[in-house]
Ligand binder design. Structure first.
Ligand code: SAH
Length: 236
């Protein structure tokens, strides 16, 4: 069965959005993954289709109601659905490439997009939602975060990327940032492509790229180098 994504949102029109174009869009079209989008509001039970209410204890903004959200989740994911249930949230574990692989290796994903001040804490526990953040900043809603997560995951699904090899050398895949890339023309505003890349010596090119990747990572993201050496010495 193809990878299946279910998204719960108050703004279903935001989907597929960018996921319907380019790599993820072509993969969606050819059935390498599927996307169903549920409007949380359709699970509201009162006449006004209320999905939020004022925070208990006072304070600004509104909170998404646990009962409505739970009903929406139950409608898309039964108790025996083994897909991870993620809640996009700035409080969550930070999404990264390793997690993108984990999700891509599974049957699919259920993603809840928050709005307003977030969701009633009780639904997180009651429906076993894992909070996932895409970075240390606050968005106005979980939808752009869900799109980011799905984009990163879908391109890892089998057969989605035209050239399977191109994934292996990319930033983060080996704990390093990617080496610099060049293409024609050979000379651009007086700047040349590094001579070695035109040499045809594949071993020398690979070595140059590895060194460039290491130097760039040391300069910009030394934390990645410490992380991968710690991981190696811990035997993981
Ligand atoms: N009051 C909350 C922020 C709510 S922002 C707090 O301070 O933690 C509204 C919604 O946007 C959230 O429920 C979440 O779904 C989404 N969101 C905001 N920032 C995000 C981030 N960095 N990563 C993932 N989702 C985010």
């Amino acid at each position: 069965m193809a990878f299946s994504a279910s998204v719960l949102t108050l703004y279903p029109d935001m989907f597929p959005g960018p996921l319907g174009l380019s790599v993820s869009g072509a993969a969606l079209e050819s059935g390498k993954w599927s996307l169903d989008v549920t409007n949380i509001r359709e699970h509201a039970t009162d006449r006004h289709h209320t999905v939020d209410d004022t925070p208990a204890g006072g304070g600004p903004g509104m909170v998404m109601k646990a009962d409505v959200l739970a009903a929406a989740i139950d409608a898309v994911a039964s108790a025996k659905d083994t897909r991870p249930r993620l809640l996009m949230s700035p409080r969550g574990r930070q999404f990264d490439q390793a997690m993108a692989h984990d999700v891509a290796n599974g049957p699919g994903v259920v993603i809840v997009c928050g709005r307003f001040e977030g969701v009633d804490e009780r639904v997180i526990a009651a429906r076993d939602l894992e909070e996932i953040s895409i970075g240390d900043y606050v968005l106005s809603g979980g939808e752009p975060a869900a799109i980011v997560l799905l984009d990163a995951v879908v391109r890892l699904l089998p057969g989605v990327m035209g050239c399977e090899m191109s994934g292996i050398e990319e930033s983060f895949e080996r704990g390093l940032l990617e080496h610099p890339q060049y293409t024609r023309p050979r000379k651009f505003e007086g700047r040349q492509i590094p001579e070695i890349l035109l040499s045809g010596d594949h071993a020398a090119i690979a070595e140059w790229r590895r060194r460039q990747a290491e130097a760039l990572t040391a300069k910009r993201r030394p934390d990645l180098l410490t992380r991968s050496t710690t991981a190696k010495s811990a035997g993981t």
